[in-house]
Ligand binder design. Structure first.
Ligand code: HPA
Length: 269
């Protein structure tokens, strides 16, 4: 595993001269931010040694190196989901490679169902914390030398980044909400009872990704910032049928705002 990670990082170092400090993971329907990146090098996942290949609709599956907000960035356009059949080592493989490449900051994005009754479809939720409800842990197995056996998670989402995002959103007049993201394995969306249960557990939004990557990033000492786009509501009395297409559509409508926040943050760090 470690050998594969190092080989992939080495391959990338040989194929790009860029050495960014910030990486961005673009979630479902959120690939458009990639268009705002001045691309220097882009590698389809299938061309990168040891990289898994993304299968879900709406994910183009490439690793981009370029400039955003005047800074060098690396962006994963399309992530690997547990529900696609990948194990957690594969899901988090790109984050391990990022660490090997010298990444210090990770920005994550996803589409999520909102359970907080104050949320609206199209809201941008700054992720303040998470609940890991995935069936397999990404750090299961022998400990990686990047961090301790029992990693601390008291500030999984960096408070300085959160404050910076609040300030930027206020300056730009972008409505944001804040909350706890709960990760399920998917691929089913929730029943009304599941939404109610997750909300009672303390979650404001639910999705099928992100948490494994964040855990591995924290284990590597990478600082994390995350945004969920609320694409549907799991709020009692307001639950309607959800489809992947609707999730994509709702995500599409607000991606420019999320891109604005990400770009500005990148430029300030
Ligand atoms: N549940 C789980 N994952 C999701 C949802 C949801 O309601 N919306 C977008 N991704």
């Amino acid at each position: 595993m470690l050998k594969n990670i190092q080989e992939t990082a080495e391959w990338l170092r040989q194929h790009t001269s860029m050495r960014p400090l910030t990486a961005i993971v673009l979630g479902t329907g959120l690939g458009r931010l990639a268009q705002e990146i001045e691309i220097v090098d882009a590698f389809p996942y299938q061309d990168i040694p040891h990289f898994p290949v993304s299968t879900v609709e709406g994910h183009q599956g490439r690793l981009i190196f370029g400039r955003l907000g005047g800074k060098d960035v690396m962006a994963l356009q399309g992530r690997f989901h547990f529900y696609e059949g990948y194990d957690m080592k594969q899901v988090t493989f790109p984050v391990r490679v990022m660490y090997e490449m010298g990444i210090k900051n990770l920005f994550v994005s996803n589409a999520a169902g909102g359970m907080n009754p104050d949320f609206e479809i199209g809201d941008l939720m700054l992720i303040t914390d998470h609940i890991n409800f995935m069936p397999e842990h990404p750090l299961h197995g022998p400990n990686f030398p990047t961090g301790p056996r029992f990693p601390d998670m008291h500030e999984a989402y960096d408070h300085h980044f959160l404050q910076m995002a609040r300030e930027i959103a206020a300056e730009k007049g972008i409505r944001t909400v804040e909350g706890v993201y709960l990760a399920t394995q998917g691929p089913t969306f929730e029943t009304p009872s599941e939404y109610r249960m997750y909300h009672r557990w303390g979650a404001d939004a639910v999705g099928m990704s992100t948490v494994p990557e964040v855990i591995v990033a924290r284990h590597c000492g990478i600082r994390v910032f995350g945004i969920s786009i609320i694409t549907d509501l799991g709020v009692e009395g307001r639950i309607v049928e959800v489809s992947h297409e609707e999730v994509q559509k709702a995500a599409d409508a607000v991606q420019p705002l999320m891109a604005d926040i990400f770009r500005e943050m990148v430029s300030r760090i």
